[in-house]
Design a protein around this ligand. Sequence first.
Ligand SMILES: *Cc1c(COP(=O)(O)O)cnc(C)c1O
Length: 360
Amino acid sequence: MARPSHMVVDLAALISNYQWACKLAPKAQTMAIVKANAYGHGAVACATALQPYAPAFGVACIEEALALRAAGIHKPILLLEGTFTADEVAVAAEHDFWLMVEDPLQVDAVLTAHVSKPVKVWIKIDTGMHRLGLAPARVQGYYQQLVASPNTCEKIVFATHFASADETNNHFTLVQVQLFMDTAKRFKQHISLANSAAIMAWPQAHGDWNRAGFMLYGNSPLDANHPSSKGLQPVMQVNSAIMSLRLIAAGECVGYAQQWCAQRPSVIATVAIGYGDGYPRNADTGTPVLVNGKRAKVVGRVSMDMITIDVTDHGAVQIGDKVCLWGKDLNINEVAGHAGTIGYELMTRVTQRLPISYTH
Ligand SMILES: *Cc1c(COP(=O)(O)O)cnc(C)c1O
């Protein structure tokens, strides 16, 4: 008795991907980014598995960091977006959270907080992403205030974030690296630039700290087949099964809005997964799935609880046969491409309804 749809998370692959990120940048310390519930894989389970290896973790906000502390994660945790309200500074100091400081209000919050012990700050420089970060020309002034403050640890890290590091031919990453180095180098503090794409494709951007996210989960953010992908193994596997089968005649249509109509007599299998589980509703007709390990195609609209696939050319299939939506043998980026999005989004939007089991 059970709906067959579930996620399997391979924690051994997660650890191996983390070690691969370290190997690609042997001089850097590699922080494991586990924001957004570890990209949908379960933040507590993933951070617990990585804790013996990773010197620090990164999350988006203090709520995520507190949840990890409550679950026994004791390594430092960087809040990648810093504080949202000034009262978070004291909580961060208390719990050994590191604070990204990325705008003048956040600088002020750190300088004026009442903290039980100094907080470790990372200064984010806006080198061209133009989303977060201090303007390069203002960095020195804010740095001097922060470094002189009794509220901060003496060691400060300078950081920046890339806009286009996944495009291996895009020169803009080097423009950002240059502006960052020109701005930060003179302070002789630790530096941090690289996300997954830069760890994999831009060795010039390796710093004292790298920030590995997506690659830890075993897929490449790069736009081309790149040699540094070869050490990655997908961690997330989403599986379901065929729950119904029918023969339809040529000209008959399948699903909501009768969006797909058979050109030939067809065998349609209904699979127990839909957008209520996080399978993208805009996955087009032709999106690949694996039935018993062999490729088939989604046809017609994705429903909340089900999808329909064409198994006419599959020979003997039956109710209960295993269907893989993405995982080790079906790349999540390929599925995402059929839905007009990226693997990052498919991972993070899997819903609570899909039970997760962990293998080690
Ligand atoms: C999410 C995030 C990362 C990790 O990016 P990936 O592309 O997933 O490796 C690194 N740095 C910052 C500031 C982030 O927000």
